[in-house]
Design a protein around this ligand. Sequence first.
Ligand SMILES: [Zn+2]
Length: 375
Amino acid sequence: MISNDELRQLQEYPSGPDTSVLSLYVNVDQSNAANLNRGFLTAVENLFRRMSDTGENNKATLETECRRVLDFLRDHTPRGKGLVVFSDSRSGFWWQRDLQAPLPTDARWSPSPWVRPLLEVMEEHDRFAVALVDNHRAKIFVGDAAGLLLTSEIMSDVPGRHMTTGTDHIWSQSHMDRDRANHIRTHARRVADELGGVVERMRLMRVIIGGPVEATSIFEGELPRRIQQMIVGTISAPLDSSQDKLLGEVERVLERAEQEDEARLVESMITAAMKGERAVLGINETLAAIHQGRVHCLVVAKGYRAEGRQCRSCKVLVTDDARKCAYCGEELMAAPDLINRASRKVLEQSGRVQIVSGAAAEKLNPAGVGAVLRF
Ligand SMILES: [Zn+2]
């Protein structure tokens, strides 16, 4: 996990006229064949060579810095889909993290760390909590695009399940069972309180729970309703699972939750558009809404492309091949990447852009694009 303090420190890294930081983002996603057997290293070597050839400032220092980073990469086993490095050896500065999100491989040689792609990834991946619970132990993690951090570990004193023999012990057996059940419930309540505190402190919106079925169902029952509603899924990982195994299961749960969110968004947008309520479907209606500054969220099916034209003067985007702008009469220019331009406009208007895939994209096609409107 990357804390807000760390991000702030990176943003405030002291930069002067003589400071140069090498910032590197690497796509190491092992589901991409080109990255297997350290294929990502070749991409980085080529990138560094190009930077050095284009005559960047302080060439010798840059090359030293590149060597330092490459030495690290040669020995590093990727534990995610992306990684980020900031290096400034003259100040003894080194910062590296594995990221669970794939980023395009890119680098900068600049007076301060190039943190923007990192900030974007962090923003895109909301933080979440993972609570693993069994009958007497619990672990609570907080996760983000950089992985999981163990924030609490809880051990409660719960008597074991002692078996008594003989008929005269029937009462004491059931008494002990009841006693044990009470202890387990008290333990679950303790963990629920702890999780509630973590969720509140870190303003989390998503919770994943895991552990043996009996313990997790008691635990879930002890959670306040508002946290129950944050549960996006359960995992079966035992308490002492490795980080890698946990991350794998967590990622599957988050992916499914993401797909469900996307499907809901598309569904409600289509319903609203049909009723003529604050949503539109299709490229023409969407572009018109953007021009009017009405778009709250632009929704695009992954892979959807559109070509059109853009006005030289008022910058309106249109799909027809008219020569003159219908709004201001100026000349229209070709705009082959209509969706990119539309997305930028929406972001400039403080709107959101959501790319949807899978079932949500199928639902959105053939319109391919739509928008949830502010008014
Ligand atoms: Zn115009």
